[in-house]
Design a protein around this ligand. Structure first.
Ligand code: TXD
Length: 307
């Protein structure tokens, strides 16, 4: 039997995450939402796509948490998305209320699961989910740095006119204005972009990466990005259920790394069955470390706003 991954929220990101998980084949998927019929309808549609795309995963849609029992990973995408002009932090009140009820219901039925948070504001919601669940920090993490790095990879590939597959991008910090893209450690086939591009081109890439989500929100006019976010969440859930030990930048609780303690922030992490199995500390310049510490302060300043 395959391990079970529950995806909470059958909206844009949740559906893409469930579909990519089903296609990738490492897990059976349960999709749950408060809206009746929505997860069931999407689960049927995805299952039937298996005939065309050649996959066999079991995808179940439900409104009942009893069906999520004994999940190995619970991906939480439930909550409101940004509208044009809104910051991610504007979502905090409404999404905290949703997060509380989702986490309480999820942990009741899957007491050993790893919780993978997607709902915004990401860094704050991941901290909140850990608090509500009472789980150890290794079993609660968030998806965003992988997405932010994917966006940076795209902008580098677009600037260099090269394949995105040859590009590596390093992004740390928070999923917001204080994100820390690191050009020095971002490469095309191993060559740092600082040796390939002008300072002006690099600044444009950093700015576009930081505003990558807002650019899509402004274009879509209702809702926010979901293809890359859903794919990123699926890749992380798969890395966990397959005990892959892959190093994937994730929103993790820092415990002294980079001089930061007890704050959830983006950093490279080894993922496996236990969730976050190790947080890697890469060597940063004083300026990069300072930027990371600023992000930590801004995220931590929002903790008292939580109920
Ligand atoms: O990098 C990242 N972490 C992000 C985060 C990238 C993209 C989107 N990001 C955030 O994910 C976004 O700001 C939102 O907070 C969430 C979900 O975004 P999505 O685009 O999927 O929003 P939708 O399409 O509105 O879907 C949300 C679903 C919808 O079907 C609701 O009915 C459901 O959440 N919902 C719930 N499901 C279960 N339980 C409860 N309580 C609930 N409340 C709402």
């Amino acid at each position: 039997m395959k391990p079970k991954v529950t995806v909470v929220g059958a909206g844009n990101v949740g559906a893409q995450c469930a579909y990519r998980l089903a296609q990738r084949g490492a897990a059976d998927v349960t999709l749950i939402d408060v809206v009746e019929g929505l997860p069931q309808g999407k689960a049927l549609d995805m299952s039937q796509a298996g005939a065309v795309d050649g996959f066999d995963a079991l995808i179940t849609g439900t409104n009942n948490y009893a069906d999520t029992k004994e999940s190995a990973v619970v991906v939480i995408t439930a909550g409101l998305a940004r509208k044009p002009g809104m910051s991610r932090d504007d979502l905090i009140g409404k999404n905290a209320a949703i997060m509380k009820s989702v986490v309480e219901n999820s942990v009741k039925h899957s007491p050993h699961a790893v919780l993978l948070i997607v709902t915004n504001p990401l860094d704050v919601m991941t901290h909140y989910a850990r608090r509500i669940s009472g789980y150890p920090a290794n079993r609660v993490l968030g998806m965003a740095p992988l997405l932010d790095a994917a966006r940076m990879q795209y902008f580098i590939a677009d600037t260099c006119k090269c394949s995105i597959k040859d590009v590596y991008a390093e992004v740390l910090g928070s999923h917001g204005d204080l994100m820390v893209p690191v050009p020095r450690l971002s490469t095309v086939k191993g060559k740092p972009i600082t040796e390939l591009l002008t300072a002006e081109q690099i600044k444009a890439i950093v700015d576009k990466t930081t505003n990558g989500g807002a650019e899509i929100v402004a274009l879509l006019k209702s809702g926010s990005a979901y293809y890359a976010p859903g794919s990123a969440a699926a890749a992380m859930a798969e890395a966990i259920v397959t005990d892959s030990k892959k190093v994937i930048s994730s929103c993790v609780q820092l415990s002294g790394q980079y001089g930061i303690k007890n704050v959830y922030l983006g950093a490279p992490a080894k993922l496996g069955k236990a969730g976050v199995e190790e947080v890697l500390e890469i060597e940063l310049t004083a300026a990069e470390k300072g930027a990371l510490q600023n992000a930590a302060q801004a995220v931590q300043a929002l903790y008292p706003v939580l109920p």
